[in-house]
Design a protein around this ligand. Sequence first.
Ligand code: KIV
Length: 268
Amino acid sequence: MSKSKRKKMTVPRFVAKKAAGEKITMLTAYDYAMAQLLDNAGVDSILVGDSMGMVVQGHSTTIPVTLDEMIYHGRMVTRGVKNALVIVDLPFPTNHLGIEATIAAAGRVLKETECTAVKLEGGQEQAKVIAALVSAGIPVMAHTGLRPQSVHTMGGYKVQRDEEVLLQDALSAEAAGAFGIVLECIPRGIAKTVSEKLTIPTIGIGAGADCDGQVLVINDLIGLTTGYVPSFVKPFANVGENIQQAVSNWSDEVRAGSFPDDDHSFAD
Ligand code: KIV
């Protein structure tokens, strides 16, 4: 579809894609320039993920990320987006601070970033929080399976295989009013069962092809990750190497005195 014909993605349109059998695309972005590129490329949704703590800030987990930082990055992203549905993560431990505190935090996220929805980690045990946010007019995407904010409780970044728990988490999130749910690092067969039992879309990351949509951390997709890359990631570009090569070429020319040449200087 041409760029001019694209409609702004809303929560109802996002949900309707499942019934229409259309796969949903979601990618993370953390700043204006990347958000603009992803939106121009036609991605359905942009997640300002707290993975920002790892791929932008260099932490080893998402736990240090603050609400103010999520808002700061969320604002940059929404400025770059015309059509995609922008969702901002609630950072640890925002949604465990009680219903009023969570509504206050999520309210700040919506007001200050002008995003459309928030995402929070949890299923069954977050059902009351999800319901309260939704009744306050705040669309919620849930996130189950591997929940990086609970990395210490889970004993590491491990595939989650308890089908009963995963199903209950997903069904509870849907019943509480979530409009979608991220399934992270779960076996493909379980993701298929969960996706079939829900009417809201499932968005998989390391959860196989039978989810209703897919999400990836943008740095992983474009080959801009330094360090560990999960096995479910397939890089579609090699931007990290391209950047290093460009910087090395520029440095060589500066050191040799061949840049800037006359074409890149102002005449007297
Ligand atoms: O923080 C994040 O980027 C996420 C995605 C990996 C789903 O939660």
